[in-house]
Design a protein around this ligand. Structure first.
Ligand code: CAA
Length: 392
């Protein structure tokens, strides 16, 4: 049904080779030791994976969203600590700046981010503002030529390693979410403090921190969009981010499936490979079917975005479904592997732990259901696959 272009096929092959040859060998150790993948991030930068969708004029690869999700899937089959760093840098930070930033902001920040010299973080969540994202306690007080930023952000991906933060903060509480701004904050500026590193269930090699801002002076020219645009900026940017996380979930599920098929053909019980037992064969059939369905949703949301069509609902559907598939089928992969699945050497227990976060970050499964149901009630019942209206 899909005809991937030569370029998209080449991206898939490059990402697959990189994941299998460069990421796989040390992934268990990095996970166990919570060891940040410095070398692997540098390699991702060299291969162009950190700024895939950034325009070439700002130093990026100028690729479409579909190429990006194809690369995300392959890398996430092996190492979701690396793919979350890639996803946040590409879809939340670079895309947000390129789409809504000023020309000066793009020229100043995108080349550094696209080549991996700088890594970016997206700082929305707070101790008391996770799903309820309008309840921002971080303040950006308007001081004329600058904002004075104060507050705490939680669970910030790449928090201890990033050079640039997009910080969502409240400027005018009386205006509610219309009083929120998005600010570009360089982490070298006085008043930015990296707090505790999280010891996580999964994606353990990614660097997740609390960040504190204490009287940080942010020049006015570092605000993204007009005054009060910050919440819409966050929502719009997260719609695209969710396509990346959906692709990550797809990759985790597909990685667990590939390992399960290989194992089921090798491992024998009762005189035959376990793949020949219906109990296992049916599990593989369910995995393959649901993963293919997830892939269609992920590709569909990417294609809608690439064609300039509305993709808010599609990206939420893709993330909701792909993350549920990832969780369900990584549990099944552990079951297929039996006792071997429960130990680190066989990779599937890590994939199971990594799958869980895809149901939580960039909007929980419950938040995706809020977005989808609200869109349905607005009458946007179904957005057909581009080019396939009337076929699917
Ligand atoms: N595009 C543009 N505007 C949007 C929008 C979108 N996709 N979604 C909402 N808005 C606008 C609405 O139109 C509304 O504006 P108006 O009042 O002018 O009409 C405004 O935003 C508020 O919208 P809601 O009334 O729908 O807001 P709500 O309080 O009911 O919350 C929500 C909606 C969907 C639950 C939202 O709060 C949300 O998405 N929460 C989850 C936050 C999230 O995903 N956090 C992830 C953290 S980042 C992360 O995880 C990165 C990482 O490191 C991996």
């Amino acid at each position: 049904m899909f005809h991937l272009t030569e370029e998209q096929l080449a991206v898939r092959e490059a990402a697959r080779q990189f994941a299998q040859n460069e990421l796989k060998p040390g992934v268990i150790e990095r996970d166990s030791k919570m060891e940040y993948p410095y070398d692997q991030v540098r390699q991702m930068a060299e291969l162009g994976f950190l700024g895939m969708m950034v325009s070439p004029e700002y130093g990026g690869g100028g690729m479409d969203t579909l190429s990006y999700v194809i690369a995300m899937e392959e890398i996430s089959k092996v190492d979701s600590s690396c793919s979350v760093i890639m996803s946040v840098n590409n879809s939340l930070v670079c895309w947000g700046i390129e789409t809504f930033g000023t020309e000066e902001q793009k020229q100043k920040y995108l080349p550094k981010l696209a080549c991996g010299e700088w890594i970016g973080s997206f700082c929305l969540s707070e101790p008391e503002a996770g799903s309820d994202a309008t309840s921002q306690r971080t303040t950006a007080v308007d001081m004329g030529d600058h904002y004075l930023l104060n507050g705490t952000k939680n669970w910030i991906t790449s928090g201890g390693k990033s050079s640039l933060h997009i910080v969502i903060a409240q400027t005018d509480p009386e205006k509610g979410h219309h009083g929120i701004n998005a600010l570009l904050v360089e982490t070298s500026w006085p008043g930015v403090t990296v707090g505790a590193k999280e010891d996580k269930l999964g994606i353990r090699a990614s660097d997740t921190h609390t960040i504190m801002y204490n009287d940080v002076k942010v020049p006015k020219e570092n605000r993204i969009g007009k005054d009060g645009f910050g919440f819409k900026f966050a929502m719009k940017t997260l719609s695209g981010g969710r396509i990346g996380i959906a692709a990550q979930a797809l990759g985790i599920a597909a990685g667990a499936y590939e390992l399960s098929v290989a194992y089921a053909q090798e491992r024998e019980t009762f005189g035959k490979p376990i793949s020949k037992h219906q109990a296992i064969a049916f599990k593989l059939a369910d995995m393959a079917t649901e993963i293919e369905a997830a892939r269609l949703l992920v590709y569909r949301s990417a294609m809608l975005k690439d064609q300039g069509l509305d993709y808010d609902q599609a990206s939420s559907m893709a993330k909701l479904f792909a993350s549920e598939v990832a969780m369900r089928h990584t549990v099944e992969a552990v079951q297929i592997h039996g006792g071997y699945g429960y130990v680190k050497e066989y990779h599937v227990e890590r994939l199971m732990r990594d799958a869980k976060i895809t149901q939580i970050y960039e909007g929980t499964s419950e938040v995706q259901r809020i977005v989808i149901s609200r869109n349905l009630l607005k009458g946007e019942l179904y957005v057909p696959m581009p080019g396939l209206a009337g076929v699917v």
